[in-house]
Design a protein around this ligand. Structure first.
Ligand code: NCC
Length: 331
């Protein structure tokens, strides 16, 4: 397992911080742009442009790693182009992520950002289940309790934030939004754990794995563009409805995706889930302070649950019980 070489705690905190802040901004921006009047951009084109941008950035990082364009070309040739068997391993998560990334736009066109964020935290539970099934990771009973407490805590905090920000938006379609979120939670859990298993189970570098994944992501993206928005794109052009905010969404989606891969390399998918959940609390505290509101009881209880969950999850696991037949160690 070559993938998880030691990095400092400071670096881990930095990547988790970038990931969570970026994800919060990304969700708010999608919701904002999807609820504005005027010509609406095709979300499938945004997802496709993101895959292209992540591929280009990964290639640039490979050039930096090899200190030459030729070195990057050789690496890609040997490990991607002439190694299709290995490259195809990344086909599965790239298709699942393509579905998930497109569903986020559908969900956020039909739900408010707070409801989206809280329901999406169910992904911590789906991720834990996939980690146990696919990575044989064992979680103690305390850690399972922590995961459920985390979800309940975030839900309570969001319930209070949402009720103080009531909206009269008539365009909501909750059933559609919630079904999209449920599917997204399964996609995020499965694709995240699959990516972690392949990345940490082989010596292939992170950036080569990403190049493999984004190449398939571009193919899935093109299929999505033409199957969903082909007609409108032929009539109004690929970039219809784009403004600077949509370009910021593409940039944030690229940063978020690349940081996701770095976070999974140096920590794991459950820690990623915990950190995004904690960011929701921080965002809520920030907005309460900014708008000078007082914290209600439900908010405080929810925050307490999240803090307890983080503490419980980080407790060392109890050592496995010794077999009865083993001789006792001398005291
Ligand atoms: O849902 P989530 O992540 O698990 O989705 C992972 C995102 O990272 C991209 N990815 C993954 C692996 C890899 N090697 N390269 C990648 O580019 C996938 O394409 C997918 O977009 C989270 O844990 O909450 C997180 O949430 C997303 C996003 O907020 C939600 O999916 C909303 O729909 C964050 N993405 C962004 O902020 C852009 C992610 O950073 C964290």
């Amino acid at each position: 397992m070559a993938a998880n070489e030691g990095v400092s705690l400071g670096f881990k905190i930095y990547i988790l911080l970038v990931l969570t802040l970026n994800a919060t901004g990304y969700i708010l921006l999608i919701r904002y742009t999807r609820s504005q009047s005027g010509p609406l951009y095709s979300s499938t084109t945004t997802v496709l442009l993101t895959e292209i941008s992540k591929l280009l950035i990964s290639l640039l990082l490979l050039i930096k790693e090899h200190r030459s364009v030729l070195g990057m070309c050789k690496d890609v040739w040997n490990n991607v182009i002439t190694n299709p068997r290995d490259s195809f391993k990344m086909c599965v998560p790239s298709i699942i992520y393509a579905i998930q990334n497109n569903l986020a736009f559908v969900a956020l066109s039909n739900l408010d950002a707070a409801t989206y964020q809280v329901s999406y935290q169910m992904k911590v539970i789906t991720t834990a289940i996939f980690m146990v099934i696919m990575l044989n990771k064992s979680l103690s009973r305390t850690q399972w309790v922590a995961i459920v407490l985390l979800f309940l805590g975030v839900a309570m905090v969001q319930v209070e934030s949402a009720s103080s920000n009531k909206s009269t938006d008539i365009h909501y379609n909750y059933p559609v939004g919630v079904v999209c979120i449920l599917i997204s939670c399964l996609c995020s859990g499965f694709a995240g754990v699959y990516f972690e298993k392949v990345l940490k189970g082989t010596d292939t570098s992170l950036w080569i794995r990403n190049v493999q994944m984004y190449l398939f992501g571009i193919v899935s993206g093109i299929v999505a563009v033409f199957s969903k928005d082909g007609e409108v794109i032929l009539e109004q052009g690929f970039l219809h409805g784009y403004n600077y905010l949509v370009w910021i969404i593409v940039a944030m989606a690229s940063i978020g995706g690349l940081y996701t891969s770095i976070v999974v390399k140096y920590t794991d998918n459950i820690i990623k889930g915990f950190s995004t959940a904690v960011s929701i609390i921080l965002a809520a505290v920030g907005s309460f302070l900014l708008f000078q509101k007082t914290f209600g009881l439900i908010f405080l209880l929810g925050t307490g649950l999240v803090i307890s969950a983080v503490y419980l999850y980080s407790l060392p696991k109890p050592a496995p019980a010794k077999l009865a037949s083993q001789p006792k160690e001398p005291v």
